[in-house]
Ligand binder design. Sequence first.
Ligand SMILES: *[C@@H]1O[C@H](CO)[C@@H](O)[C@H](O)[C@H]1NC(C)=O
Length: 344
Amino acid sequence: MAPRRPPAWLLRGLLAGLGGLALVSLLGGGTGEELLSWSLAPFLGGGGRFLPPDPPLPGPDSFLLPNVEGCGPRAPFLLVLVASAPGHRAQRQAVRASWGGPRWAGGQAVRTLFALGAPGSGQEQARLEEEAQRHGDLVQGRFADTYANLTLKTMMLLGWAAAHCPGAAFVVKVDDDVFLNLPALARHLGALPGPRRLYLGRVHWRVQPNRDPSNRHHVPAAAYPAGAFPPYCSGTAYVLSGDAARGVLAAAPHVPPVPLEDVYVGLCARWAGLAPTHTARMAGATHYPLDPCCYGELLYSVHQVGPQAMGAAWALVGGEGGSCTPLHRGLGVLRWMCCLWLPS
Ligand SMILES: *[C@@H]1O[C@H](CO)[C@@H](O)[C@H](O)[C@H]1NC(C)=O
């Protein structure tokens, strides 16, 4: 007599169970990191400091294009400020034509504007003014638009948000080569319980200052002597609640002028008693190939999406250009988790 084989349904059930367990434990990695960042808050220092009620706001002299109407007649729930450079016209156009165009996403009012500094020539400035007239979505600070002035750009855009769009519940800073799944992010933020101070992004832990003077990320020991930065959110895309953004602004005069935009915001946040919250759904500096699950569902932000790819990525959010089937989802989650564990 042949040994009795287990029935097929049992095998299928076992396989499905194993697959499910693997998935939950994989997803658990992200959840674990999020729990860690929550529990970190009391240890980050700066606690007990109250935000000064009035952080210094930029005056009219701070802007070349102040765009005081940019916020719109009613403040959006989510204000997205894209750090761009004067010459990046194609990038801005790609963002306008994709995720940055709609005024409504994930059930929330949203508004996307671009933040720039001053270009090198009057001719370039004239072109920017023309672009501003046509689209109404540029905010320009009065400083040279250089890599070394990126920190200035961020503080300018946060200052603009505080001065000219104070009703926005959340401010997102994002680079112009980042794809933002604005509907997914707006849905997530809209579902958070009650108003709370938030500094959300892909958190970098214990990053050491680069001491090589020839490196463009060089931080002299005189500016920042400690051996590691406090945890900060990757500058590719991060979210600040309105009050957290004002806290960062209020902290700026008390924080050493580290020329790295995201580290600087992290230092300001710590001064303001604000702990970063990690989300694995923001890809930080990692790039992902176009995939209906990664772009359409799993991730809030993906780095290094050029102007040519932005439209294709955005089509994936709408379910065009391939939808996220269960098979895709499995592969997408696996790829996403693999990338999570790579050093970023
Ligand atoms: C930053 O902008 C200021 C104001 O325009 C300018 O004087 C300075 O040279 C810029 N710094 C760098 C490092 O580009």
